[in-house]
Design a protein around this ligand. Structure first.
Ligand code: SF4
Length: 343
């Protein structure tokens, strides 16, 4: 198979698909906008629901032997143009590349919490995101150092940037409820005296063993779950965060003082999506992610023969779903190129 496949994005979906296409004998070029592979998982400490070490999982994917795979770093792809049964891929820095098939694995970006100004992110030091909390978990005493004292009360706010008509994202990001429960447990282990509150709209714990984690959070760790949406956060003179929440179960407003507020920021489509869609003629879905030609039957296939999708570029997914999707996309690419070779 002397065919060239370009994979746009070297996160876990891109790497997994690259290793499969490589084992099938294709020439693969990974095109990555950052200066390293692995994507978001590199910033994570422990994974849900089993608290598996994220670095170990990342290494399991990154360290797979790749014989015919090259990687182009710091190349942000802006367009993919079909041309004479090939594809011309162009990056922001002027780099141009030709391939026989293209697999898009550009992943997701985290919602910019500054857009929810009323939550105080970027204004108050002790309002952080769930991704930032993970990096604090990697450092010994990270949370204490950040706050400047041992915390006595921490709130985790669900659905930041997801299920929010005001900012135009009505979809659910799927993974942040279980991430909040996992992080609440980790915080309680670090600070047994600290009160931990999850402020949620409704809990979506639909994966395997998620419900058990939720039960454990309540029964063994005394995590408190308040159903209600945060309306406002403000800082007092001592640097504590005052939050106003409408408790929708009890039907009354609540005012609480927290040492730290953690915003569970959801997934949004990568910034590359719009320009790639318009140059290649691929459809963009109403939520901003790439749209497959038939999401029920052919989730990896776009409306353009030879261009494929894998991972969270086509919507929020867990790590295991992302890897399965990447394997399925690699088979779709192989099937397309084999049919091409036989014509
Ligand atoms: S998974 Fe939970 S926190 Fe995340 S968007 Fe869905 S309901 Fe909100």
């Amino acid at each position: 198979m002397n065919k060239q496949v370009a994979i746009i994005g070297a996160g876990i979906a891109g790497l997994e698909a690259a290793s499969i296409l490589d084992s099938m004998g294709f020439k693969v070029t990974l095109v990555e906008k950052a200066e390293h592979t692995g994507g978001h998982i590199q910033n994570w400490h422990q994974l849900f629901p089993d608290r598996r070490n994220a670095t170990e999982v990342a290494q399991g994917i990154i360290s797979k032997p790749l014989a015919n795979v090259s990687t182009e770093f710091n190349r942000e792809v802006t367009s993919i143009q079909p041309f004479a049964e090939k594809f011309i891929i162009s990056a922001k820095d002027g780099w141009v590349f030709n391939a026989d098939a293209v697999l898009i694995t550009t992943g997701f970006e985290l919602f910019d919490a500054k857009r929810k100004e009323e939550y105080g992110y970027g204004i108050y030091d002790h309002v952080i995101t769930s991704a930032e909390l993970e990096t604090l978990f990697k450092k010994e005493n990270g949370v204490t150092l950040r706050i400047g004292r041992t915390p006595s009360r921490i709130g985790l706010v669900h659905c930041v940037g997801s299920r929010d008509e005001k900012i135009g994202n009505i979809f659910c990001s799927k993974v942040c409820c279980v991430t909040a429960v996992k992080q609440a447990i980790e915080l309680k282990e670090l600070y047994p005296e600290c009160e931990i509150y999850c402020l949620y709209m409704d809990l979506r714990m639909s994966g395997r063993h998620y419900e058990e984690l939720y039960k454990q959070a309540q029964e063994e760790y005394s995590i408190q779950f308040i159903r209600g949406r945060l309306s406002e956060a403000a800082e007092d003179k001592s640097g504590k965060i005052i939050v106003k929440v409408e408790d929708t179960l009890l039907g009354r407003p609540l005012k609480m003082t927290m040492d730290m507020l953690v915003l569970m920021t959801g997934m949004v489509a990568s910034a590359q999506t719009a320009s790639i869609c318009s140059s290649a003629g691929i459809q963009k879905d109403s939520d901003g992610f790439f749209k497959a030609s038939d999401p029920h039957l052919y989730g990896n296939i776009t409306g353009i023969p030879g261009i494929f999708l894998a991972g969270t570029c086509s919507g929020p997914k867990t790590i295991s779903d992302t890897l399965s999707d990447a394997r399925s996309a690699a088979l779709a690419v192989q099937s397309y190129l084999s049919a091409e070779a036989n014509n």
